[in-house]
Design a protein around this ligand. Structure first.
Ligand SMILES: CC(C)(COP(=O)(O)OP(=O)(O)OC[C@H]1O[C@@H](n2cnc3c(N)ncnc32)[C@H](O)[C@@H]1OP(=O)(O)O)[C@@H](O)C(=O)NCCC(=O)NCCS
Length: 133
């Protein structure tokens, strides 16, 4: 996961193998994936959080990301969640389109939430998705 994440992220920075190991030890974790892409989330009571999603650059645009989000939603619902939340960088057009097409709407904004390697700050959008409809 850390290797794939490093191929997919600059801002926010990619997560280390240790960070993924620590996350997978937490209760309520949801994982779905293959060598070409994965999604990681977490359920706590009625709320789910989509923590990260990554699809290798060479296999993008053929529906893998959408399938991963659908699988995460199915697992989150099965675990009792009724709403899913996530944060996405305001300039991440592919991810925002994926989320909008998967039922997410903007629920908030965190100004200057991410800092790029050049020091520039980027807003984060908070998105939510009702899992009961
Ligand atoms: C975001 C990401 C997971 C999408 O994965 P993907 O497998 O390419 O997505 P899909 O092929 O399932 O496409 C689903 C939808 O996403 C949107 N999308 C995907 N690539 C896009 C692009 N380059 N530009 C605009 N929209 C795009 C479209 O709405 C698409 O629906 P459509 O095919 O009906 O038009 C992938 O680009 C990625 O890994 N990016 C780097 C990591 C990242 O930014 N993760 C999200 C952090 S919040």
């Amino acid at each position: 996961m850390a290797q794939l994440h490093a191929l997919c992220f600059e801002t926010p920075r990619p997560w280390s193998a240790q960070e993924f190991a620590d996350l997978q030890d937490m209760p309520g974790v949801i994982y779905e994936g293959t060598t070409t892409g994965f999604i990681l989330g977490r359920v706590a009571g009625p709320e789910a959080e989509l923590l990260t999603i990554a699809v290798t650059p060479t296999t993008r645009g053929v529906g893998l990301g959408r399938q991963l989000v659908q699988s995460y939603h199915a697992q989150a619902k099965a675990a009792g969640a009724i709403e899913s939340f996530l944060e996405v960088a305001a300039d991440n057009t592919p991810a925002i389109s994926l989320y909008a097409g998967s039922g997410y709407i903007q629920a908030g904004k965190r100004p200057r939430y991410y800092r790029a390697q050049d020091g520039q700050t980027i807003d984060a959008f908070v998105f939510s998705c009702n899992l009961t409809t």
